[in-house]
Ligand binder design. Structure first.
Ligand code: SF4
Length: 70
């Protein structure tokens, strides 16, 4: 699974961090960090996290697809 967050759009709301804290987190400067290729079994939580993002900054796609589609 491929995950991409458009950090130019992200407003650090943090819903994704609550939805999948092993994939999304904030660093000491409150900048979002994320795993770009989390394990496939995390898909449900990642999809939920992407759906919860109020600015739709997160896209999720299959592994090997290059830049993930929505
Ligand atoms: S929920 Fe969206 S806006 Fe909030 S931190 Fe995550 S990616 Fe950024």
């Amino acid at each position: 699974m491929q995950v991409h967050v458009d950090l130019a759009v992200c407003q650090s709301h943090g819903q994704c961090v609550f939805g999948a804290p092993d994939v999304f987190s904030f660093d000491d400067d409150d900048q979002l960090r994320y795993s770009p290729s989390p394990p496939e079994e995390r898909r449900a939580d990642v999809i939920r996290a992407a759906s919860a993002c109020p600015v739709r900054a997160i896209t999720v796609g299959p592994s090997g697809s290059g830049r993930p589609a929505a």
